[in-house]
Ligand binder design. Structure first.
Ligand code: GLY
Length: 339
């Protein structure tokens, strides 16, 4: 099954039978408080919540162990179902725990943040952090279904809306001119988040995952903006600054666009138009230039690299992303000064 189908939360009771199956719901304190009762309305019957604390720090083996213990304690058999109700941390650890319990039980992702709706919940990446290494242990195993309820976004703070929007910009650039033009005309991000627009955006990722689930080649293009984005996140962590993933990716996209002009002759005025749009929505952290050295040093550890080359995903044109474009630290450093 290379890709999971997406359904609306209203359809969930067609696929899960709470009379026949034991249904577990993994949630963190936020999703339990704001979203669990909505799920219960759509899926009446007995749901067994497994509650964990909120945050990336929970994405570890200890939390997975706790989930397995709860499944064992409640006598979950092979036909049990785990519903992951939450953001990316929940789908990562829940997906991993379900896929390894009794060699795999079904799991469903119900993303409650925009970032998870358009990215983390799609494509079957699961796992956890180990030591200082992010996502170092995990497997790719698709959920049975991805279940959408755009209404969850209503209670999401503005900063988290903008956070997820960065991945939508990325998908539009990968997809082509039409979706990019639509995104570039957005003035109010919340107004743009209709079910149709969210589904259209998700489909970009689904098409790619369908062709290359295990990221042997094509799926690498979904890392557009992420080489620099991850390095920015690393520098923020090292220097005790706070930046959300999508905010770092947005600045990663800016660097990627200028690199694309320099390396692949991407049209400069097109690039600058997109950069202006991104800058309108993402203010520049005051410390961004200050930690230039840390950011450039972090690039060399990116998992897409081979030896000392930095392999970036760049755009030849909108809708024409190229992966494994070899770049040097010096080239990126020069562009970095220009942002
Ligand atoms: N977030 C990129 C991927 O799932 O491949």
């Amino acid at each position: 099954m290379p890709v999971s189908s997406i359904i609306h939360i209203r359809q969930l009771n067609k696929y899960i039978d709470t009379q026949e199956q034991k249904v577990f719901v993994l949630c963190d304190s936020n999703s339990y408080k704001h979203c669990f009762h909505i799920l219960q309305e759509h899926l009446p019957g007995s749901l067994i919540p497994i509650k964990v604390k909120t945050g990336e720090s929970q994405k570890n083996l200890v939390t997975c162990t706790y989930i397995w213990e709860q499944l064992i304690k409640n006598k979950a058999q092979k036909d049990a179902v785990l519903i992951n109700l939450g953001g990316g941390v929940i789908s990562d650890i829940g997906g991993f725990s379900a896929s390894t319990y009794k060699r795999g039980i079904s799991y469903y992702n119900i993303p409650t943040t925009l970032l998870a709706m358009v990215d983390a919940a799609i494509g079957g990446k699961t796992g956890f952090n180990f030591g200082h290494l992010k996502n170092i242990i995990g497997i790719i195993q698709n959920p049975e279904k991805v279940v959408l309820h755009p209404g969850f976004l209503e209670s999401l703070p503005e900063r988290h809306i903008i956070n997820g929007f960065a991945e939508m910009i990325k998908h539009a650039l990968i997809d082509g001119q039409q979706q990019t033009n639509k995104i570039l005309s957005v003035t109010n991000v919340r107004d743009y988040l209709t079910q149709t627009n969210i589904f259209e955006n998700i489909r970009v990722k689904q098409k790619i995952v369908h062709r290359d689930l295990h990221e042997k080649d094509l799926r690498k293009i979904l890392n557009l903006g992420h080489t620099i984005g991850h390095a920015i996140e690393y520098a923020a962590l090292k220097n005790k600054k706070k930046i959300l993933h999508g905010e770092a990716v947005a600045w990663g996209l800016i660097v990627m666009l200028r690199m694309s002009v320099a390396k692949l002759q991407f049209n400069q005025s097109k690039a600058e138009k997109i950069i202006d749009f991104i800058k309108k929505h993402y203010s520049k952290p005051a410390w961004l230039q200050l930690y230039r050295k840390d950011i450039l040093a972090a690039l060399i550890h990116d998992k897409k690299n081979t030896r000392l080359n930095i392999n970036m995903v760049l755009l030849k044109d909108i809708g024409d992303a190229r992966y494994n474009v070899v770049c040097t630290n010096d080239e990126i450093g020069k562009i970095w000064r220009s942002i």
